[in-house]
Ligand binder design. Structure first.
Ligand code: ATP
Length: 345
């Protein structure tokens, strides 16, 4: 039977769909009206399911159409956001590539930390009380704020000053102060490591690496320090793009080690584990230590930096291996070996 690879038209769907075509699959994109242009113009989708709003991907009639096409859904960040975790876990009846049950673990900070702690990898120290702040910290609030309203502080006084400013600007309410997540500010350089775990090979591959391009912080640093003080702009960390990056070669053993550890921990805590694409967002300190502050358990935005292959995917697969194509290759291999059940949930 012919399989169709399907996903929501957003986020990292271009290389998911393109990669599926490269591996010989039919492709379907579920797309919000008005957003179909890239999928038409880049010719990555054979079929279009056009909906009024992205969230309709979880509606019964859309699910029905996807099942009729014999689809496997490949999840990504926007798919998770629009379909919603509850529906994905409880009433989304289209087979999904990877482990649908681990998606909650990357979305909820407590679960995410539990998984990273289980793996025993270095993560930022967390403060349970603002009065204990004794070094630079980064303060985050839950929900999809996209880094807007994150701030840094170094003392309890500075914390309260900045909280007051956020309340004044109506970015948060008084009630939300206690939701503040306060963690060690890790001074360093950003590496988002794009991994792929194959249960068929029982191996974690590094397929790419990127760093983030964030607004307004990456623009702010173009202003001389004196002017920064004069204009008193508040920094924000809203992701607007990614750059491909090559890591100092002597750091690669660490990059493999933290990826392997996460894959092992996930197998134990959330079976079947981190099947497919996952990403660890790290800061590398000047002691050359990778500190992981965030993870993705599905196709991460940074994979868009290597639709034509990366420095690292080249070493394993030669030219042209994107993350989307790697997922499609895994599905093809599993199908040929009669092991599809092992890689979908
Ligand atoms: P995502 O969409 O990646 O989940 P988010 O809005 O949850 O983003 P984070 O990824 O947690 O935000 O952080 C946004 C940015 O803030 C990071 O890319 C990084 O530049 C910076 N950052 C986050 N945590 C730390 C930290 N502990 N130390 C230093 N910088 C940090």
């Amino acid at each position: 039977e012919d399989l169709t690879i399907a996903t929501l038209g957003s986020h990292t769907s271009l290389h998911i769909l393109h990669g599926a075509k490269m591996e010989g699959f039919k492709t379907t994109v579920v797309c919000e009206k008005g957003r179909e242009v890239p999928y038409q113009r880049f010719r990555v989708a054979d079929e279009f399911i056009i909906v009024d709003e992205f969230k309709e991907i979880a509606d019964d009639d859309v699910q029905e159409k996807l099942r009729e096409m014999n689809s496997i859904i490949i999840p990504h960040g926007s798919f998770v956001a629009y379909a919603g975790l509850d529906r994905i876990e409880n009433d989304f009846y289209v087979p999904m590539y990877g482990n649908r049950n681990i998606l909650r673990w990357e979305s909820e900070r407590e679960l995410e930390r539990r998984l990273m702690k289980k793996a025993g990898i270095r993560i930022p120290y967390r403060y349970d009380d603002p009065e204990k702040i004794d070094r630079p910290v980064m303060v985050k609030f839950p929900g999809a704020r996209g880094g807007r309203g994150y701030f840094v502080a170094a003392t309890p006084e500075e914390f309260h000053e900045k909280i007051d400013l956020m309340i004044e600007r109506e970015w948060i309410t008084e009630d939300e102060i206690s939701d503040a997540h306060i963690e060690e500010y890790v001074a360093g350089t950003n590496f988002c490591i794009q991994y792929f775990y194959s249960p068929l090979k029982d191996e974690v591959e590094i397929l790419g690496m990127d760093s983030r391009y964030e607004s307004n912080i990456d623009g702010l640093v173009r202003i001389p320090a004196k002017d920064q003080l004069d204009i008193n702009l508040q920094p924000s960390y809203v992701i607007t793009g990614n750059h491909q990056v090559a890591m100092r070669e002597s750091l690669l053993p660490q990059a493999f080690e933290i990826g392997d550890r996460m894959a092992d921990a996930a197998k134990e805590l959330v079976p079947p584990g981190l099947n497919g694409p996952f990403c660890l967002q790290t800061m590398c300190t000047d002691n050359l230590e990778l500190v992981t502050f965030e993870m993705s358990a599905r196709s991460d935005g940074g994979t868009n930096t290597f639709m034509d292959g990366s420095t690292y995917s080249y070493l394993l697969y030669g030219e042209g291996m994107s993350m989307g194509r790697r997922a499609a290759l895994e599905i093809k291999n599993a199908k040929n070996k009669g092991l599809l059940e092992e890689i979908i949930t």
